[in-house]
Design a protein around this ligand. Structure first.
Ligand SMILES: [Zn+2]
Length: 276
């Protein structure tokens, strides 16, 4: 019996390590990561009529920032999220959305141009999910390969239409996905805010590991309080995603960067500065 229970334990240890492996730091045997740097891009502002629509317990009007991230890897450029649409810069009063007003002070395209990049040079567009403040500039990247969770890619939103056009090149993982197979750019499945939401875990050479949230967490208050908006697609799944994130952050010794949190704006270096 003793031998048998050891075999069971060993099997479970093997299974557990296989599940945890994506979140663990690269080991010496693995190929050297080709990641070089990451730029933080300003991708719009959202004025909320009612802060509690995203932060339960808050009161009065609120604000969210919108952040995109651009990663330079030896095997290509990766953009994570595309923000609210660049065309909004021409609307003096911004664009009304269900929860408030979207505005743009500086376009995504101009920020890429400042780095000497044309949209056609972006190899991969990874999306946290398909909501408008994350896919607003997707039309700039018809040549890029999409990286979107299968559940998000196949979702037919009850209001509006899917932003994914047939014929676009797409990688549609069902769960975590290591984009370059070197653990430097890893999609972490955090379904719940939308059917196939994903975070991005980035391992930078000097900065270390950083987890980018998309809308798995909207604000620091939600993260600290373990709360999610009632409007989320699936609230229990969103709460489970928070727990998953806490485990991955611990395992990967990663920082959490909340893309919509306005109080984090002064803490970040924005492009053309970068993190390496
Ligand atoms: Zn959002």
């Amino acid at each position: 019996m003793k031998k048998r229970s050891f075999a069971y334990a060993a099997t479970w240890a093997f299974i557990a390590s296989a599940f945890m492996s994506l979140a663990q730091p690269a080991s010496a045997q693995q190929t050297k990561p080709g990641i070089e740097r990451m730029y933080v891009l300003y991708c719009g502002d959202i004025a909320l009529n009612d802060a509690s629509s995203f932060t339960p317990g808050a009161s009065g009007p609120g604000a969210l920032t919108v952040t995109c991230y651009l990663i330079k890897h030896a095997r290509g450029w990766v953009l994570f999220d595309t923000g609210v649409g660049d065309h909004i810069i021409d609307m003096p009063n911004g664009q009304k959305s269900r929860a408030g007003v979207w505005s743009v002070k500086k376009t995504l395209q101009s920020q890429l141009a400042e780095l000497g990049l044309k949209p056609s040079e972006i190899n991969y567009v990874a999306l946290s999910h398909s909501h408008g403040d994350h896919v607003g500039n997707l039309n700039l990247f018809p040549q890029s390969t999409l990286v979107v969770q299968k559940a998000e890619y196949e979702w037919k939103p009850p209001l509006g239409v899917s932003p994914f056009k047939p014929g676009m090149k797409a990688i549609t993982p069902d769960g975590d996905h290591d984009l370059f197979n070197d653990r430097s750019v890893v999609m972490i499945a955090t379904h719940g805010h939308s059917p196939g939401h994903q975070n991005l875990l980035v391992r930078l050479p000097k900065t270390g590991a950083v987890m980018l949230t998309g809308d798995s967490v909207h604000t620091k208050a939600n993260w600290d309080g373990g709360r999610v908006p009632k409007r989320n697609f699936n609230v229990p799944q969103s709460l489970a995603a928070l727990e998953r994130m806490r485990a991955v952050l611990k395992e990967a010794k990663a920082q959490l960067w909340i893309g919509h949190e306005t109080s984090e704006v002064p803490l970040r270096k924005y492009a053309p500065a970068y993190y390496d």
